[in-house]
Structures are given as structure tokens and as C-alpha cells.
Write a protein that binds this ligand. Sequence first.
Ligand code: NAD
Length: 473
Amino acid sequence: MRIQLKHFINGEWVESTGSRIIDVINPATEEVIGQISDGTEEDLNKAVAAARAAFPSFSQTTKEERIQLLNRIADEYEKRKGDIVNVITQELGAPLSISERTHYNMGLAHFRQAAKELETFEFNERRGNTVIRKEPIGVSGLITPWNFPTNQTATKLASAFAAGCTVILKPSELTPFAAIILAEVFQAAEVPKGVFNLVNGTGEIVGNGISSHPDIDFVSFTGSGAVGQKITENAAKTVKKVALELGGKSPLIILDDFDMKKAAKIAVTNVVFNSGQVCTAATRTLIPKSKHDEFIEAVKEVLPNYRVGDPLDGTNFLGPLISEKQYKRVQGYIEKGIEEGATLVEGGTGKPEGLEKGYYVRPTVFTNVKNDMVIAQEEIFGPVMSIITYEDVDEAIEIANDTIYGLAGYVVGEDKETVEKVANSIRAGRIVVNGASGDYSAPFGGYKQSGIGREWGDYGIEEYLEVKSVVGM
Ligand code: NAD
């Protein structure tokens, strides 16, 4: 049992001023695996005061000092590899191999990348008699979700530290232990006291407290659209800058000159990865009408390779969903798809055979989906693919853009010119061509209702900076 009832404030673990406790559940076993405190407004106020007090000196540290700090953090993070991998499997339910290859590695990559970016990052620019300075924005409140516990915290923290900002982190109450290990990593890396503060708790108390706090200068949030709106409303009262990384309903456009087996593999991977709990999941699969049957056959052939089951078993690719609430939500969407008249190709409602305990769902594929159906418009956050056919590339682009979201887009095809046309026409913040792997220096963020602002690399650092013009210097 993991128990951490203290918050990390001003360089030490301190008792919560409240007495309420939150149980943390392993979604594969449905058993309580740990407990954290449900933080109070008073806890948050202490953390904000510590971050505020640390800001004057931390904001004045040199670029070199912060490069060293980020590399020290990355070194200490590497020492905790086993713990980080295990905790993500326990609290999120990600298969061990994915906890290591994706979750652990993404966290590490953001700290290393921020250190690398700083080497060439220019904080000052001279234009004649004017100097343009980029200065840390101040005390930053970071609110993160549960689906990538190390990635989302690390990208925010690495950028904030690189910029010279002090922070208060409120991780998801469903996956708090990865962040608790991060606090221990920062302690070992000698992050100056007050620079990093962790207050556990709910969105209602600590989350709302962060977005409305008059002494917090900037809020960076990753999570659902509804909460993003609430944060923006609260932040408006003190004219606080807000960065939002929200949901998506990303299209994958498969061009007719691409190998359908390869396309099916890319399509399925980008839907079922992390049990579909990925904001950039390619959940709308757009396929030329002429290739429909061939593609469906290819999907049926590859899908069984993505096994669902115990995250401790290395041969499984999908673990459970995070919670009973998510399980019910995804079941509801599968029912809705059937009700709306989409054709069920694979999967469906209920649990996969032999997996009665744990929030497991069946990877599900629908075809004959129309883009105005609920399953094509709303973010399901589960392993559910909606296949939509198109007549020509212009229609595919039109369908792809017919969404309130714009987080990501995918295209697979051989003809370079068409691939480029598609990539340039999808209105989204990140387009992935032919299943390419990630680039930690490339900005990450959404168009439209997928968010405001960018994370990762140098663009991520920019979010934590204010711009000052000194004229006549
Ligand atoms: P959520 O919005 O319910 O919760 C996210 C965080 O916000 C949690 O820490 C939660 O405690 C906190 N919160 C809840 N209410 C709050 C409030 N009123 N004020 C402040 N904070 C509050 O989202 P979730 O269910 O944890 O995560 C899933 C969502 O996150 C999906 O919609 C997904 O698309 C999105 N997401 C987006 C990205 C991205 O980068 N764009 C990445 C991952 C997940």
C-alpha cells in the first residue's frame, strides 16, 4: 500500500491541514493501492506563498544553472526508473512494457529536451536601441490529468523550470503517485526550496483554488474541455494567462495508394494505444470507398495482435480503462454507435472474455459511420474506431475538418504531393505522416476547442515567459 498523506511544500513534506483522504485504485484489480490527502485551500495558500517567496531568486538564475538543474533532475529520474514504471502500471493500468517504453521515457525526454533547448534559447534580443527581454511569467499553477501521468507533468515542469518559474502542481487524484515520485526526484536533484510544490486533492478544491488564486500568474492545464472552460472563467477574474491542452477527435486519412495492411496497423495502433485514453488518438479513420472492404479485412487480421489483459503480463498491449466511470462512459458510446446505425465490425459492449475483474473493454471497430454521428463527433477516450468512407481527397479533408477539435491529424499515402496537401489542409496542431515517431522538440497543442498554447521544446518554454521591451537602451 502506498500512503502519502503529506503535500510537498517549500522543500519538505508537510501535513495536510485537512483530514479527508482519497483512495487510489488499481484499475486492473479494482483494489485500493494507496491513499493521498484531499488538499485544502489552506494547503494551497501555503504552497503559493512558498512559490512566491522562491520566485525572485529562482527567476534570476542563469541559463547555465537551469541547464544543470534540468540535467540533475533527469539523472535522478533515471535512478527511479523501476519505481516509476511500476507505479504507472499500478495506478493507470498501463501494461508494464508501455509504462516503460512510453510513459517513463516521455517524462525523461521532456527534462532532457528542455535542457537542450536552453543551450540555444535566446532570452534577449537587440533591435537597434531596443532590447526585447523574455522574463519568467511568475508563479505557475499546473493541473494535470491521469492518462499520461509522467508526460504531462514533466512537459509542464521542464518548461517552467527552464523559463525560471516556480510552480504548484496538482496532479490527477486518480494517478497521484507518479507525481509523488517526481517530488522525491526533485528533492534528490536539489531543486531549490519553494520552486516546486505539490498539493494533492480534487479539482473542486485545489483545482478551482489554483485557477482563481490572485497570487498565481499563469495556469497550465491538461484535461477535459469542460474543466478547461471553468478554469478560463475563473482565471479571467484576475486576468491570468491560461494554457489549455484539451480533447480531440483526430482524423486519420488513408490515401488509396497506401498498402492497406500497413494502414490497418497504423490505424489500430493509433486508436487502441493506452487503451484509447490518448488525447491525440486517431479515432476517425477515413478510407477511400474503393478500399473499404480490403481495409476492413486488414483491420480484422491485425486487431487480435493487440491483446487486452493483465498489465503485468508482457504480452498484453491494452490494460483496463482508468476507472469504473470511464468504463461506463465508453460502454455508453458503444451502445450509442449501435443505436445510431453504425456497423459493428469487431468488439462491442461488455468485458472481454475472462476479464470480469478490472475496467477492461473490448477494442471496438465501427464502420459505415457518418461524420455527424455522436461516435464521430465526441471524444470517447476508449479503444473505439469509427471508419468513415470518402469519394475523393477533397471530401476527406472536409470530413476531417468537420469537428470542434483540432489537436492532431494523421495521413498515410505514397504520393508526396497529396500527402503534403492533406497535411497542410487539416486544421490541427500536430500532423503525423506515415506513422512517423514523435519529436520532442516539435510543439504540441491544439487548434479550435482542443486548446490554447503549445507545450514541448522551445515553444513550451515560451509559454512560461513574458515579453518586455526596453526602449532606448
Ligand atoms: P479532467 O478535466 O476531468 O481532469 C483533469 C485535471 O483537472 C485533474 O487533475 C482534475 O482533478 C482537475 N480538475 C477537475 N475539475 C477541476 C476544476 N474545476 N478546476 C481545476 N481543475 C480541475 O480530465 P481527465 O478525465 O483527468 O482527463 C481526460 C481528458 O484530458 C480528456 O478529455 C483528454 O482529451 C484530455 N487530455 C488532453 C491532452 C492534451 O494534451 N490535449 C492530453 C491528455 C488528456
